[in-house]
Design a protein around this ligand. Structure first.
Ligand code: NAD
Ligand SMILES: O=C(O)C(=O)C[C@@H](O)[C@H](O)[C@H](O)COP(=O)(O)O
Ligand code: ZN
Length: 355
């Protein structure tokens, strides 16, 4: 098992390997009742968690929620609050979130809001959840107006990444998670890109030769960034590379579009923006398209969607008033910001990703 330390006011470890559930008691301490929030279609991933908790003397209570993005909904959250009340959960009790990034975002927000904040331990079971969503303390639900618009910063007490859970992932979902790994490569660690480019097909499988190294490298980047800037007052924005257009695509699709797929398109858009602004070489833009295409991720989106996407981007959290702000690259691993780009530039960049 390997560990990555996440620093800040309340430091914690991300543990990666097999047999990590044995760490639950050390993270939960004196908790009596432990609510295990998990995706309803995945009872088999929640079962070992409940078993480990019961074996350690906790009163484990499984709470199934709708799979994926459907769970990041205010009514589902309200249902969890009622369930916590029914269980008589107090501040010494805890919540364990088990599942993909959507489920851990919801479970984390439930933990942030119940009694104004109780302990959360996250057990991500998707590649994306392990390398990104469960680490860093961002929690949220979606509303019809936009993605993750309601949430809180609530760092977990620990993150347990059991690599064995990845084997049951559908390939499309696993590959979607690679988008965030590739993001970490472009913004901070180009070795990630080389490892994937060596054999893109193998990178799309949990039994690929570099799986552990890719996961560890991506987590290390995220941990370094959020340790320095939990509340996204500056540096942390780089983790949002590709998300300004990406989140708009998810919203336009009614949240029936994989987050990683949307981020992949969003990264190509951000690269095109930087290129048109004279800040990024065409070679690096080409490298975006090549690596994303090679692993099977999308790089283009419907031409007719521009007006709605442009309108939706207004609620991006990096915006200040009416001014959009994009994370862009000035070079590989040299992220910067593009402030208030003019409308022609925004549209021209979209024409390069439109189909
Ligand atoms: N908080 C953050 O910092 C952060 C970072 C990145 C992404 N996110 C959020 O994460 C979400 C995307 O996460 P995701 O890609 O994991 O999607 P997801 O949670 O929707 O999971 C994808 C699908 O995989 C299923 N699944 C989960 N684990 C499985 C397993 N082991 N075997 C088989 N199927 C399994 C899920 O039930 C779901 O149907 C988005 O909501 C995104 O906004 C948050
Ligand atoms: O951790 C971060 O910060 C990120 O931006 C990581 C993103 O991959 C993630 O999708 C995050 O949930 C987006 O946050 P938001 O603040 O734009 O909703
Ligand atoms: Zn993301």
């Amino acid at each position: 098992m390997s560990r990555v330390r996440v620093g800040g006011d309340a430091p914690y470890d991300v543990m990666i390997g097999t047999g990590v559930l044995g760490e639950l008691p050390s993270l939960l301490g004196e908790a009596g009742t432990v609510a295990v929030v998990h995706a309803e279609g995945l009872p088999e991933v929640a079962r070992p968690v409940c078993h480990a908790l019961a074996g350690a003397g906790y009163d484990a209570r499984p709470l199934p929620v709708p799979d994926g993005e459907a769970g990041k909904d205010v009514n589902v959250l309200a249902g969890l609050w009622s369930a916590f009340a029914g269980l008589g959960m107090t501040r010494s009790d805890a919540i364990v979130g088990v599942g993909g990034g959507a489920t851990t975002d919801l479970a984390g927000f439930a933990a942030a809001t119940w009694l104004r904040g109780v302990r959360a331990v996250l057990v991500p079971t998707t590649l994306l959840g392990m390398v990104d969503a469960a680490v860093g303390g961002k929690t949220a639900i979606d509303i019809p107006e936009g993605k993750n618009l309601v949430g809180a910063f609530h760092p977990p007490a620990g993150v347990l990444c059991d690599l064995a859970t990845l084997v049951t992932m559908p390939r499309e979902d696993y590959v979607a998670g690679l988008a965030e790994v590739i993001k970490a490569g472009f913004i901070a660690d180009p070795r990630i890109l080389e490892l994937i480019e060596e054999d893109p097909e193998a990178a799309g499988r949990p039994d690929g030769p570099h799986t552990l190294e890719l996961i560890e490298r991506a987590i290390a980047i995220k941990a370094r960034v959020v340790s320095e800037d939990l509340r996204e007052s500056g540096l942390r924005e780089i983790l949002n590379y590709g998300h300004t257009l990406g989140h708009a695509i998810e919203k336009v699709e009614g949240y029936h579009f994989r987050h990683g797929d949307a981020v992949a398109i969003g990264m190509v858009y951000a690269a095109e923006l930087a290129c048109l602004a004279g800040r990024l070489d065409t070679d690096v833009v080409k490298r975006h398209r090549e690596i994303l295409t090679a692993v099977g991720l999308p790089t283009s989106y419907a031409v007719e969607a521009w007006a709605e996407l442009r309108e939706t981007m207004r609620v991006d959290k990096k915006a200040r008033g009416a001014r959009l702000r994009f994370v862009v690259l000035d070079d590989l691993a040299v992220p910067g910001r593009l402030e208030n780009p003019d409308e022609d530039l925004l549209r021209s960049a979209y024409e390069r990703v439109a189909r």
